[in-house]
Design a protein around this ligand. Structure first.
Ligand code: 13P
Length: 275
C-alpha cells in the first residue's frame, strides 16, 4: 500500500520532535585522547593548570601506565573529570602480552574506553570483528565504549565514506546492547593534520551515522552521543558545537595543553549559548 501524504508528514513531524527532545537529553562530552604522550610530571602540570567546568562532561584518556596516577591527580584537584583507557582487550585475563582487561581499567577508576581508534586499526591491524569483541566485553563489564569510526582520505576521494561508516558500524555493533555507548566520528584525513572537517560536512556525516544507528536500534539512536574528532581546537570548536548532531568532541593534539583544552571545554559547557 502506498503511504499517504498525511502519514508521511506525520512521520516527518514525529521524527523532528523526537530529534529535538533527545538532542537536549543527549550527554555532551569533551574527551581528551593523549595517545602516547605525557610523563607523570607533565600530567601533574596539566592538572594543576586545568580549570575544567562543572557543566560539561570532561573525560581524559591517558596512556595505560598513567591511568592510576592520573586518577589520583583528578581526585586531588576535586574536579568532575572522567577517566578512560585508550584500548581494552576482549578477554578478562590470560597470556596476552601487552594487553589490558576491562577489570584492570575498572580497578584504576576508568568508566570509559576508546575502542577502534584509526591508529589501532592502521598500526595494530584491528578489524571490525576484533572491535566488535572489544565493544561487547566493555559493555558487559560496565565500561562505556567510545567507538571510533571514520574513512581514510583515499576512501573519501572514492566517495566511499557512507559505505565505510556503515560497514564499520554494522561490524562493530553486531549483537550489542547499545544502551551505554558513545560514537566518535574521526575522519582519518583530519587526524593530526590541522585540516579538520568543516562543521557542515561533519554534521552531514553525523546525521548519516545516526541514520545507520536507527537501523540498528530504532529511535533509541537519538539518545546516543556522537562526537567529532580530527584537528579540533579552540577556534573551530564553536562551529561543531552549533550542529544538532554533534554532541561533543574527541581531541588529540589540543588536549595536551591545559589552556587549549580549557578553551574547547568552555565552548561545550552548557552555560555558553549556541553560536
Ligand atoms: P587530533 O585532535 O590531534 O587531530 O587527534 C584526533 C584524535 O585522533 C583523537 O582521538
Amino acid at each position: 500500500m502506498e503511504p499517504s501524504i498525511e502519514n508521511y508528514i506525520k512521520n516527518l513531524v514525529r521524527d523532528a520532535i523526537l530529534h529535538l527532545q533527545f538532542r537536549n537529553e543527549r550527554q555532551t562530552y569533551v574527551v581528551a585522547n593523549w595517545k602516547m604522550n605525557k610523563t607523570i610530571a607533565e600530567a601533574t602540570e596539566f592538572f594543576q593548570k586545568l580549570k575544567g567546568r562543572q557543566d560539561v562532561k570532561v573525560v581524559v584518556c591517558p596512556p595505560a601506565p598513567m591511568l592510576y596516577p592520573v586518577q589520583l591527580m583528578i581526585k586531588q584537584i576535586k574536579k568532575p573529570i572522567g577517566l578512560g583507557g585508550q584500548n581494552v582487550h576482549w578477554e578478562e585475563k590470560g597470556a596476552y602480552t601487552g594487553e589490558i582487561s576491562t577489570g584492570m581499567l575498572k580497578d584504576v577508576g576508568c568508566e570509559y574506553a576508546i575502542i577502534g581508534h584509526s591508529e589501532r586499526r592502521q598500526y595494530f591491524l584491528e578489524d571490525d570483528a576484533t572491535i566488535n569483541r572489544k565493544v561487547k566485553k566493555a559493555i558487559k563489564a560496565g565500561i562505556i565504549p567510545i567507538l571510533c569510526v571514520g574513512e581514510t582520505l583515499e576512501e573519501k576521494n572514492l566517495l566511499q565514506t557512507e559505505q565505510v561508516l556503515s560497514r564499520q558500524l554494522f561490524g562493530a555493533l553486531k549483537g550489542i546492547d547499545m544502551s551505554q555507548l558513545i560514537i566518535a566520528y574521526e575522519p582519518v584525513w583530519a587526524i593530526g593534520t590541522g585540516q579538520s572537517a568543516t562543521a557542515d560536512l561533519a554534521e552531514q556525516t553525523h546525521a548519516y551515522i545516526r541514520s545507520v544507528l536507527k537501523q540498528l536500534v530504532g529511535h533509541r539512536a537519538e539518545t546516543i552521543s556522537i562526537l567529532y574528532g580530527g584537528s579540533v581546537n579552540g577556534e573551530n570548536a564553536a562551529d561543531f558545537r552549533s550542529m544538532p548532531n554533534i554532541d561533543g568532541v574527541l581531541v588529540g593534539g589540543a588536549s595536551l595543553n591545559a589552556s587549549s583544552f580549557d578553551e574547547i571545554i568552555d565552548v561545550f559547557a552548557k552555560g555558553v549559548p549556541n553560536i
